[in-house]
Design a protein around this ligand. Structure first.
Ligand SMILES: Nc1ncnc2c1ncn2[C@@H]1O[C@H](COP(=O)(O)OP(=O)(O)OP(=O)(O)O)[C@@H](O)[C@H]1O
Length: 352
């Protein structure tokens, strides 16, 4: 349904990313600050022309640098929910939602009846006459979603749809959004920083870094085999790249890690923060991977403490507060880190 190759130049930044989304599919576009997510969303919405490549939606060319085709935003079958919703403050919820169909040529009364129907579907029939300032954040988000869906868009774009909400509202609104996205027959793209939103709402993740797609796939594949530091942090893993020879991976500084599975050639080694055990003295016995590390930082992480370690490897370890107290950990402390080979995952560093 959506087939796009987006090349957009903004001063020194270049976005060069391909994106396809099937009808009914929900794709999350994730990436660090400045990766180009908003630029991609704006190009798809028709708020920025591409300088190369194309945007094709349901077989229709919306943008093509080569043929100088450019369909403006208001003539695209695209619905957008912006981060801060951009509701018209002087219009009621009903008129905000009716605005979309009205712009797409529906009569005033028909637009209002479509809007009333959509407000009912998002559970806000009782708030039709409320102005945006009388709505809670979660309700405003629903009005913005209803407004975007009311035009029956072939492509729905959501820019950080939950970021303006507090944690409690976020959970409810996420569940609500999930329900509506599952029913949407068109393509959906969600731009988000939040891995939880991506994992819950999307069928597929596309990871953008410095204007390029670095990894894409379903959550299980990406979680099992991250390919960049950003993705590894996103899914909460320590990740290293090196040269594998049988069950030994040699990292660029010469440090070696023993893995439980064999691999050959360029390879990634990943392990979770819980796989690292910390000891005051060099541990005896079985672990094959043992090194001396310095505590660079400590943070609370749920029930655990997350310890940043520097040394031959920069890693994070999760330990219990009791273990941290017994080890008397503080920034600058020296510890021994042990990692069992069976806790590591090794996979080839080759193009997918
Ligand atoms: N109006 C602009 N003019 C010039 N450069 C811009 C403009 N807007 C964004 N950029 C640059 O384009 C790059 C990508 O920005 P973009 O906002 O698309 O990233 P993002 O992934 O959405 O980031 P964030 O998560 O912080 O919103 C950045 O380097 C930014 O400085």
């Amino acid at each position: 349904m959506l087939d796009a190759h987006l090349v957009v130049d903004r001063d020194t930044f270049r976005l060069d990313a391909s994106l396809t989304i099937a009808p009914g599919e929900v794709v999350a576009l994730l990436g660090p600050n400045g990766a180009g997510k908003s630029t991609a969303l704006r190009a798809l919405a028709g708020l920025l022309p591409v300088s190369g490549g194309h945007v094709t939606l349901r077989g229709k060319r919306l943008d093509d640098a080569a043929t100088r085709t450019f369909v403006p935003a208001d003539q695209r079958d695209v619905g957008v929910v912006f981060q801060d919703y951009l509701l018209f403050p002087h219009l009621s919820a009903l008129d905000n939602v009716a605005f979309g169909p009205r712009c797409h040529g529906a009569s005033r009364s028909h637009s209002r009846s479509i809007a009333a129907d959509w407000l009912a579907r998002v559970g806000l029939a009782d708030h039709a006459h409320a102005k945006p300032r009388q709505l809670s954040g979660g309700q405003a988000q629903r009005v913005a979603l209803a407004r975007a869906l009311a035009v029956g868009p072939d492509l729905l774009l959501l820019d950080e749809p939950l970021s303006a909400l507090d944690a409690g509202t976020r959970m409810d609104t996420r569940a609500h959004l999930h329900h509506h996205l599952a029913d949407h027959p068109g393509a959906t793209l969600i731009v988000t920083h939040d891995p939880l939103d991506a994992l819950i709402l999307a069928d597929r993740l596309v990871i953008l870094e410095a204007g390029r797609v670095v990894q894409e796939g379903d959550a299980a594949t990406i979680t099992a085999r991250p390919r960049t530091d950003y993705v590894a942090r996103l899914v909460g893993l320590n990740l290293f790249r090196g040269q594998a020879r049988r069950d030994i991976v040699t990292l660029p500084g010469g440090f070696t890690l023993t893995t439980s599975e064999p691999c050959e050639g360029p390879a990634f080694v990943a392990f979770p923060p819980t796989a690292l055990a910390l000891h005051p003295e060099r541990p005896d016995g079985s672990p094959r991977n043992v090194w001396s590390a310095t505590v660079a930082g400590l943070q609370r992480h749920g029930d655990h403490l997350r310890i940043q370690l520097s040394g031959p490897l920069d890693t994070t370890a999760d330990i219990t507060p009791a273990a941290a107290a017994a080890l008397r950990l503080e920034p600058g402390s020296q510890v021994w880190a042990a990692l069992k080979a069976t806790e590591t995952r090794v996979y080839p560093d080759s193009a997918e």
